[in-house]
Design a protein around this ligand. Structure first.
Ligand code: ASP
Length: 587
């Protein structure tokens, strides 16, 4: 089909050219005998003018019709500074109505007022909106840069199976029944973890894949049942080698897409210190307000609440904010207290404000003057500052203040959005205790290596056994997880044992994998980078659906194709499956 230019690219320098454009009618206006049409294609919008000779030809044309127009580029009398093509317009000489369109059920505009559910049902129309198209293009560019940079670094892109065996990322599997082997199931991969490690055993040395991953988790606003990882694995490496590749990749992405120079190396913080200072393993470093452990001030305190917290192995943590004390009325503080008690199981939230040089607040009375002065000095408090204090078990006190840190920063705009803050969090705990299953489970996945000096703690002190797992955090988002893996069969078996898998169970689940370990497994490690997260941060959106072409709702439904859906009885029959409570007939 003839087309000489893309609509959004026409500029003043094109004046006088005869062009043929195609596209959708974004807007139509009649102005006396003239008709103005904004013609949209992927590159943008250009105004086309139909004079009295041409107006008749477009008299029936409405929004979203497709036109092919040939005309001459003229300078506009009234330029529109908001449009990149705002200095020019095309005076139509010929028009071909390529297709008609019914009235769209959603408003196709940059800022649409249509509800998200309706937009999801008509996603193909929603995707005509420029912000969404821009996000898909951004995502594409990230993938292209990743492919190029990783290729330059000697990585080979390898596809691994989607119909696979269950992988151990800790979520629930999506299962696919086998027709040929009734009663047997595939699991869609939660990540290509096992395959990529097998590729290292196979001698590929450097692998990557832009991999779909599937996790049947309870849904949260920022999750989708399927998502994408830039999945990487490398042989003969230690943490520094893996970090260097990821840092190079991030530097290229930020330079090429944002013109931002990232530092050569990103800050690193061991998990323990991260929790102490930020109460979170994914701290947003675009603002300060770190947590201070002020227990020492209260070593001999008379204040019963603090004393008993300390005596029972707790600590006293505090966080300070400047210039906002007057925004915390009693009511606001009560609400904040409720939020922390409910979400983080802390007993109470205390506070101290500085007003007209005096320290007031919930702990002003029970504390001695010296104790209050010590808090004041710890934070160099000024008038209108507020310090929040929690005395509790260390983990609870820290995570509660960590959440409060983020909440207050958001509510009072303390975050500098022009900053990009990457942080490696290292030395994650090897295990976490599952109350549900009453046992220690792998905090990352069971192929993660323990720190060499902590191998002895696998059975004696699992709680304090650190691993060689790391995360990369970007502006408070967990962008990737990864680890140096175990490459020694004995150690791998010990770790299975530590998480309560007997050798029989381990063999049944990962027998083929354990067997592979026997044939010369190189030291190896890698990461899985969350592509959607990365795109969200670069696109500056908090809605994951904005960076996914065909997303599901928070409750895992595709409103457009109405999936998941019922299937024919005949399909179930060949799979040897009978549905217990079949709602199909009612549906
Ligand atoms: N498979 C891991 C994950 O999905 C990433 C990795 O360890 O490479 O989190």
């Amino acid at each position: 089909m003839k087309r000489t230019n893309h609509n959004g690219t026409l500029r003043r320098s094109d004046e006088g050219k005869t062009v043929t454009l195609v596209g959708w009618v974004a807007k139509r206006r009649n102005f006396g005998s003239l008709v103005f049409i904004d013609l949209r294609d992927r590159s943008g919008i250009c105004q086309v003018v139909f004079d009295e000779n041409m107006a008749e030809a477009v008299k029936d044309v409405r929004s979203e019709y497709i036109l092919q127009v040939t005309g001459v580029v003229n300078l506009r009398k009234d330029p529109n500074p908001k449009l990149p093509t705002g200095e020019v317009e095309v005076l139509a000489k010929e028009v071909n109505i390529v297709n008609t369109a019914e009235t769209a059920p959603i408003t196709i505009a940059d800022n649409t007022d249509t509800s998200e559910d309706v937009r999801l049902k008509y996603r193909y129309l929603d995707l005509r909106r420029k912000p969404l198209q821009d996000n898909l293009i951004l995502r594409h560019k990230i993938q292209m840069i990743a492919r190029r940079v990783l290729d330059e670094e000697g990585f080979v892109e390898v596809s691994t199976p989607i119909l696979a065996r269950s992988t151990p990322e800790g979520a629930r599997d999506y299962l696919v029944p086998s027709r040929i082997y009734n009663g047997r199931f595939w699991a869609l991969p939660q990540s290509p973890q096992i395959y990529k490690q097998l590729l290292m055993i196979a001698g590929m040395e450097r692998y990557f894949q832009i991999a779909r991953c599937f996790r049947d988790e309870d849904l949260r606003a920022d999750r989708q049942p399927e998502f994408t990882q830039i999945d990487i694995e490398m042989s003969f490496v230690e943490e520094d080698d893996v970090f260097a590749v990821v840092e190079k990749l991030m530097r290229s992405i930020y330079k090429e897409l944002k013109d931002i120079e990232l530092p050569e190396h990103f800050t690193r913080l061991p998990w323990e210190e991260c929790m102490k200072r930020y109460g979170s393993d994914k701290p947003d470093l675009r603002f300060g307000n770190e947590i201070h452990n002020i227990s020492a001030i209260f070593a001999n305190t008379e204040f019963q609440v603090f004393r008993s917290a300390l005596e029972s192995g707790g600590e006293i943590d505090a966080i300070h904010f400047s210039g906002i004390a007057d925004q915390y009325s009693r009511k606001t503080l009560d609400k904040l207290q409720e939020f922390l008690k409910a979400g983080f199981k802390v007993k109470a939230l205390a506070w101290l404000k500085k007003e007209n040089g005096a320290l007031t607040g919930s702990i002003a009375k029970p504390l001695s003057d010296a104790e209050k002065q010590a808090i004041n000095d710890e934070f160099s408090m000024q008038d209108n500052d507020i310090v929040f204090v929690i005395a509790d078990k260390p983990a609870a006190a820290r995570t509660a203040l960590g959440a409060l840190r983020v909440k207050v920063a958001h509510e009072h705009n303390l975050i500098d959005h022009s900053r990009t803050e990457f942080l490696w969090v290292t030395d994650f705990p090897m295990f976490e205790y599952s109350e549900e299953e009453n046992r220690w489970v792998a905090a990352h996945h069971p192929f993660t290596a323990p720190k060499a000096e902590d191998v002895d703690k696998l059975f004696t002190d699992p709680e304090h056994c650190s691993s060689r797992a790391y995360d990369l955090v970007l502006n408070g988002y967990e962008l990737l997880s990864g680890s140096i893996r175990i490459h020694d069969q004995d150690l791998q078996e010990k770790v299975f044992e530590a998480i309560g898998l007997t050798m029989e169970q381990a063999k049944e689940k990962f027998g083929f994998f354990l067997e592979a370990f026997r044939y010369g497994t190189p030291p190896h490690g890698g990461v899985g980078i969350g592509l959607e997260r990365l795109t969200m941060v670069l696109a500056d959106t908090e809605n994951i659906r904005d960076v996914v072409a065909f997303p599901t709702t928070n409750s895992s439904l595709d409103l457009m194709s109405e999936s998941p859906n019922y299937v024919d009885d005949a399909q179930l029959e060949v799979l040897g499956i009978e549905v217990k409570d079949n709602k199909k007939k009612e549906a």
